[in-house]
Design a protein around this ligand. Sequence first.
Ligand SMILES: Cc1cc2nc3c(=O)[nH]c(=O)nc-3n(C[C@H](O)[C@H](O)[C@H](O)COP(=O)(O)O)c2cc1C
Length: 178
Amino acid sequence: MIEVEFYDVVEKRRSIRKYINKPIPEDTIKKVLNAARLAPSWANKQCWRFVVVSDPELRLKLGEVMKNNPNKSCYEDAPIDIVICARREDSGIHDGKEYFMFDVGLAMENLVLAAAQEGLGTCIIGWFDGAPIKKLLGIPEQYEVVAVTPLGYPAETPNARLRKPLDEIVFYNGFNER
Ligand SMILES: Cc1cc2nc3c(=O)[nH]c(=O)nc-3n(C[C@H](O)[C@H](O)[C@H](O)COP(=O)(O)O)c2cc1C
């Protein structure tokens, strides 16, 4: 039963770019953030930090500094935005690969799935200039803003976007082996 619910939520999650301006109960926001908190990370370092932006004036300013994103409208009508940032040195670097992005991605995936489970929409935004966001929210210099998502009740039900079929992306016992 639990399995069915999990796969259901994975299937029904969408990037939501239109929201209704309805407040989210505080405990629901906490549940969603807690799901992010429980994500795995490099050596359990939990490098992520979450800035919840709920103040309407601050949200408008955030929208303003993110205005170059083509889907700007999605953070204007949601009740809150969540800004995820991390210090790269708080995670691991191995073989030239910096794992802070990976860690933050895992936390973000937990967050968006938990949100979908709660009937909430999200839209991971990666296209922005981090510097003005850091300034606006007082995020310390050493942190990188990795992503922003609005969180709110969806005002649209977009169709699923196409995914590559398994037989294009999965190999067995060697790359290109079927
Ligand atoms: C790392 C990352 C960055 C993204 N950046 C943006 C963005 O800047 N603007 C946007 O509208 N969507 C952004 N998206 C959302 C993707 O476009 C979306 O996940 C993808 O098209 C699949 O659609 P779906 O999430 O509805 O399944 C981003 C997603 C990821 C994972």
